[in-house]
Each structure stands twice: as structure tokens, then as C-alpha cells.
Ligand binder design. Structure first.
Ligand code: IPE
Ligand code: MG
Length: 231
């Protein structure tokens, strides 16, 4: 979700206003995904690097998150959306952590239609390193043989364990980089980059991204002919 700050500045507004409009996009996109049958939506909301921003912007983002959680709690639960968070949750202020954990607990129900994951204080490399540490500890404790470790087992130690690998990565603001997002999980994702800023990314733009995705041929290393033959 990129370009909130510049979107606001280009309109002579405070950067935080861009984040507020971006939160509106989160609401609309979550709803659209849920209606269109998306199983999992994962939003890069705040990176480990974002802590380095000016204190008032960080504070504004945390307040916004608190408000989002308060306002969306019932909407998420009523729409059978399960909320999940990935990242260094213990670094978040208590006024965010508490409602976040409460919604995660209360929205984790058997009739869930979609999982909405917020990456908060998240970095892809840090998550992989953490997984490696957990695996090394398990091996040291004799609970895991190194030769038994495969990609599937490795993935179960990541913050995103249990979520399907993303089919589609959408990047707003036209930047052509991953910015440390889901480095392991995106291995085979289709990438859609749009010049649209995140506050302007709404249902029609999501529809365009899905239409583009629908035209891709996903070969996973095979040839086109193999795919049509089904081999
Ligand atoms: C995305 O917008 C939201 C967060 C990273 C929190 P930015 O804040 O990155 O906006 P720009 O890229 O500075 O315009
Ligand atoms: Mg940015």
C-alpha cells in the first residue's frame, strides 16, 4: 500500500490525511475481496523500516490503526473475515496490541470466508531469519532432523504459516521493487504494478488487477504446451 504520503502532499495536505484515505481503501478493498471470493488478503501496513519515520507520523499511524481496529471490529466479524497479524507485534504500542489480539481471537471462527492479514512492523528477511532460528532450535532439541526440512516445513515456521502463497502481488505508486515484503511467499506470485496511489486504489482498480491476473499464463517452470496437455 504505497504512496499515501505523496498523495496527500500533492494536494497540499498533511501526510497523515493520506494515511486516513488509505485506510478507506483498505475498507473498500477488503470488502471487495471478500465479495469476490478471495481466500486471503495480506496488506503491507507498516514495515520494520517505517519506525524510522518522524515520530509524529509513526504516532499518527498507530492512532489510525487503533481507530481502524475499533471501527472495523464488528464489520470483520459479521462478514466472516478472520484478522491476522504478522510481524514484530510486541513492538506495537499496547493501545494497538490489545484490540488487535482481541479481534484476532474473536474473528478466528469455523465459518471464516477470508483471512485478512496485516503485516505490522514486518520485514521479509527478518521473518525468514526468525524461522531459521526456530528451526535451528528444534534441531538442537532433537525435534527435527535437518534432512527432513523441506520447503513446506520451512514455510510453517514463518509468520504467514498456514496461509496460501499469494497468487497476485499488487504494488501501487508505480515503484518496481518488493521493499522486503513476503520474500519467501512471493516466489511464484504474479506481479501487478499500477501508477495509482493507494488512496485512489478502489474497487475498479482492483477489478483491473484481477483482469490482468486472469490473462497470465502461470507455467511454474513448465512449457506452455505441457500446460495445455495437462502434464
Ligand atoms: C504507504 O504510504 C503507507 C505506509 C508505508 C505506512 P507511504 O507512507 O509509503 O507514502 P509515500 O510513499 O511516502 O508517499
Ligand atoms: Mg512509500
Amino acid at each position: 500500500m504505497d504512496d499515501n504520503g505523496r498523495w496527500a502532499q500533492a494536494r497540499g495536505l498533511d501526510r497523515i490525511k493520506g494515511h486516513h484515505e488509505g485506510a478507506e481503501s483498505v475498507r473498500e478493498i477488503s470488502k471487495a475481496c471478500r465479495e469476490w471470493g478471495v481466500e486471503a488478503l495480506t496488506l503491507y501496513s507498516f514495515s520494520t523500516e517505517n519506525w524510522k519515520r518522524p515520530a509524529d507520523e509513526v504516532q499518527g499511524l498507530m492512532q489510525l490503526l487503533k481507530r481502524y481496529l475499533k471501527d472495523e471490529r464488528n464489520e470483520l466479524i459479521d462478514n466472516n473475515i478472520r484478522l491476522r497479524a504478522v510481524g514484530q507485534i510486541d513492538r506495537l504500542p499496547i493501545f494497538v496490541r490489545k484490540p488487535l489480539q482481541a479481534i484476532m481471537r474473536d474473528s478466528d471462527r469455523p465459518n471464516v470466508k477470508m483471512t485478512l492479514t496485516l503485516c505490522l512492523s514486518y520485514g521479509g528477511r527478518a521473518d525468514i531469519v526468525q524461522a531459521a532460528q526456530r528451526i535451528a532450535k528444534a534441531a538442537q532439541a532433537g525435534q527435527l532432523k535437518p534432512e527432513d526440512l523441506d520447503e513446506k516445513a520451512f514455510g510453517l515456521h514463518l509468520g504467514t504459516a498456514g496461509l496460501p502463497d499469494p497468487d497476485l502481488l499488487i504494488r501501487t505508486s508505480g515503484e518496481l521493487r518488493l521493499s522486503n515484503f513476503l520474500l519467501w511467499e512471493l516466489a511464484y506470485a504474479e506481479i501487478f504494478v499500477t501508477d495509482v496511489a493507494w488512496p485512489d486504489f478502489r474497487r475498479p482498480q482492483l477489478g483491473q488487477a484481477f483482469a490482468s491476473f486472469g490473462q497470465r499464463e502461470r507455467r511454474y517452470g513448465k512449457t506452455s504446451a505441457q500446460l495445455t496437455e495437462g502434464t
